[in-house]
Write a protein that binds this ligand. Structure first.
Ligand code: G4P
Length: 190
């Protein structure tokens, strides 16, 4: 998506070889006009799959996923990150390790909002190690729903996320693909 890669090139900041700062338009301050276009791009790509709900993880996935849900006219479901397991049988939970942030959390979704027969589109801001998306996929499967697509705003192609998701049989579509980066330099995959 040209508008997005131009924005990353202009306002993104590569802190090192691994971390891209996009807090002026995606992670902290959010450019909602850009989010609208991101939502439209995901909706155009995934519309034919018969998506019945869009799923994301708090917090930075909410804006792009919300605009996608709006464009597809389906509900948005936001999975929570809990620090401890809740044992009551009203939620689905799975542990996810965040390598970038060196934390672990229990990815949680209410059984009221994910159930058999739903066709789910998972949207997230970054694809790095793929652990968040794989965690979401586990919960979708446990709920008896179908994960019909994964939409990523910014994919770091030099990290193993895509391979892990494709090896698991999922279709991944990214709007911006970064080939490599380093302090002050960002290269995109054509
Ligand atoms: P994964 O999401 O592919 O499993 O990879 P990883 O565990 O490494 O990422 C964990 C968190 O770090 C996620 O945020 C992800 O969005 C964020 N992240 C990964 N790479 C980058 C990067 O280059 N730049 C920035 N700004 N963030 C990155 P999270 O823990 O879900 O937090 P939130 O911001 O959504 O609340």
């Amino acid at each position: 998506m040209k508008l997005l890669t131009e924005r990353i090139a202009r306002d993104g900041q590569a802190l090192d070889r691994d971390i891209l700062l996009v807090d002026s338009f995606l992670n902290h301050q959010v450019d909602m006009q850009l989010m609208r276009q991101i939502g439209d791009a995901f909706a155009a790509h995934f519309r034919a799959l018969g998506v019945t709900r869009v799923l994301t993880i708090e917090s930075s996935g909410i804006a792009p996923a919300g605009m996608t849900a709006l464009a597809l006219d389906v509900p948005l479901v936001v999975m929570k990150k809990r620090t401890s397991r809740i044992t009551a049988g009203t939620v689905y939970q799975t542990n996810v390790r965040s390598f970038t942030k060196n934390t672990e959390y229990a990815l949680t979704v209410s059984q009221k909002f994910l159930f058999p027969g739903e066709r789910v589109l998972f949207i997230d801001d970054f694809l790095a190690m793929g652990e968040a998306a794989l965690g979401a996929a586990r919960l979708i499967e446990e709920a008896g729903s179908v994960l019909c697509g994964i939409g990523i705003v910014i994919e770091k192609t030099f990290q193993p996320g895509r391979k892990k998701l494709e090896d698991a049989g999922y279709d991944v579509f990214s709007l911006a693909r970064i080939r490599q980066m380093d302090t002050g330099r960002i290269e995109f995959l054509a």
